[in-house]
Design a protein around this ligand. Structure first.
Ligand code: GDP
Length: 455
């Protein structure tokens, strides 16, 4: 891809709207705009100014527009940028973009504006990726994490780790140059200490990914239990609207229904499932199997039972039949409104994460919501410490950690610098991949192709 030419794209969603914004970036963008803009000469205007005028083709007015100009290097991409606000008509937008292409601009590829910003050093790779995350963020927590990354919080952390390592790497490389003399420039104890502290830091970052993943994609939460336990009613109560079918006939919710609910800024993907019971026909059996499969893939399992129907022994027995996956289980005793015995806690002693509610009467649902959030987000939610949200970053951190582990073992066995110099470099490369200090066309291609065109 040529990074020198002038690119053009619609930066707002296609279709009819009040306004649409067409953006150009590149050396020629202001000169090209001057060729079709009637009002004043844009090239003579200062940077960061807005100008009203007409866009014309052969003396026919196509639209009245407002043009913003941002001159290199003080723009999003670091190049000359022109932003044209037109009326939001696809016809006008297409016409103007075509005029620019006829004049020599090129239609921008996905993420190309942001890619140029990266190539021009406006921000590093993880910040560029955060731009896409910010656009996609649909909850408080996702927005907060993306904002932190975009501002460079995470990048700064990675750069610092890398710099600490670079210092030692250069001493080790120096030892290699003086191999015959058998000298040690890098203090082995200090290096071991550094490796340990770096690995500790990487471990924290890596473990934040569980939360990061949840923040970015939502928490898959399967609601399961016997037929008639009140699963659909609970789902509806959590959603605060009647969406799933509630019925008196056991086993009617056969297929999985997924609904998204935002609890305290965390998205939960609630999946209602067929009731778990001894199946009497083939279709029901399939339903139960599917439920078990869903449970094993979920992050949270919301197990619902009717407190009027199941005692402690039976409950434990039912719980033991569930797939033993990685899911955190919340046990929800439902229908407490219809319960005569008000000593429920004593009836179900020593059952972890147990909450009593009435789905129908909406009693104690707040406890349940709090429990759900605390299970996945813990108290990490409030703080502004770095959370890894991107699988590419997670993989790079893992690679760096493995390399450092190898260095650590070499140091333990008193191996010579020659043996672990390559491992240190491997760690440096892995960390550099995150910020883009070390990068390949492949990495860049796969990152920016996920952006929308015009960004
Ligand atoms: P599912 O098969 O587990 O999805 O159960 P449903 O949500 O369809 O509920 C089965 C029956 O239990 C319905 O008649 C609900 O109205 C009733 N039910 C659900 N929750 C409660 C509750 O908290 N209290 C009472 N008294 N009835 C409930």
């Amino acid at each position: 891809m040529d990074h020198q030419d002038t690119i053009v794209a619609l930066s707002t969603p296609p279709g009819i709207s009040a306004l649409a914004v067409i953006r150009l970036s590149g050396k020629e963008s202001i000169t090209l705009a001057d060729k079709i803009f009637k009002g004043k000469k844009l090239s003579d205007q200062p940077s960061h100014t807005l100008h009203f005028g007409k866009i014309t083709e052969d003396d026919t007015v196509i639209d009245e527009v407002v043009i913003g100009i941002f001159k290199a290097p003080h723009s999003y991409t670091g190049e000359h940028i022109v932003e044209i606000s037109t009326h939001g008509s696809s016809f006008i937008v297409q016409k103007i973009i075509r005029l620019f292409i006829d004049l020599g601009a090129r239609a921008a590829g996905a993420g190309e504006f942001t890619q140029r910003a990266f190539l021009n050093g406006k921000f590093d790779l993880s910040q560029a990726e955060a731009v896409a995350d910010l656009i996609a963020a649909d909850s408080d927590s996702a927005h907060r994490a993306a904002m932190n990354h975009m501002r460079g919080g995470f990048s700064a952390e990675i750069k610092k780790l890398r710099e600490e390592l670079i210092h030692f790497a250069s001493l080790i490389e120096l030892e290699l140059d003086f191999a015959e003399e058998n000298v040690q420039f890098a203090n082995r104890n200090e290096l071991t200490g550094l490796i340990l502290s770096l690995r500790d830091h990487l471990l924290h970052l890596k473990s934040s990914f569980r939360l990061g993943n949840v923040i970015r994609h939502g928490v898959t939460t399967v609601i399961a239990g016997r037929p008639n336990a009140g699963k659909s009613t609970l789902l509806n109560a959590l959603l605060n609207e009647e969406r799933a079918i509630v019925s008196e006939i056991p086993g009617t919710t056969r297929d999985a229904i997924e609904e998204v609910v935002n609890i305290d800024g965390v998205l939960f993907r609630l999946i209602d499932t067929a009731g778990i019971r001894e199946a009497t026909d083939v279709i029901e059996k399939l339903g139960v199997e599917k439920t078990m499969e869903k449970i094993s893939q979920s992050t949270v399992l919301l197990y619902v039972f009717d407190v009027n129907e199941m005692d402690r022994e039976e409950l434990l027995n039912e719980l033991s039949k569930l797939p033993q996956g990685k899911a955190a289980v919340v046990v929800t005793g439902n229908k407490i409104d219809a319960q005569r015995n008000n000593n429920l806690e004593n009836q179900y002693l020593n059952i972890e994460n147990l909450i009593f509610v009435s789905a129908k009467q909406k009693i104690h649902l707040d406890f349940l919501r709090k429990k759900l959030v605390s299970l996945v987000a813990g108290d990490a939610q409030a703080g502004d410490k770095t959370i890894v949200t991107n699988v590419r970053h997670y993989e790079a951190l893992s690679k760096a950690d493995q390399a450092l582990e190898d260095v650590f073992h070499s140091l333990q066995s008193d191996a010579s610098g020659e043996l672990f110099a390559a491992d240190i470099r491997r760690a440096l490369n892995a960390l550099g991949e995150i910020t883009g200090e070390v990068t390949t066309e492949d990495i860049l291609g796969s990152i920016f192709s996920k952006f929308c065109i015009g960004k």
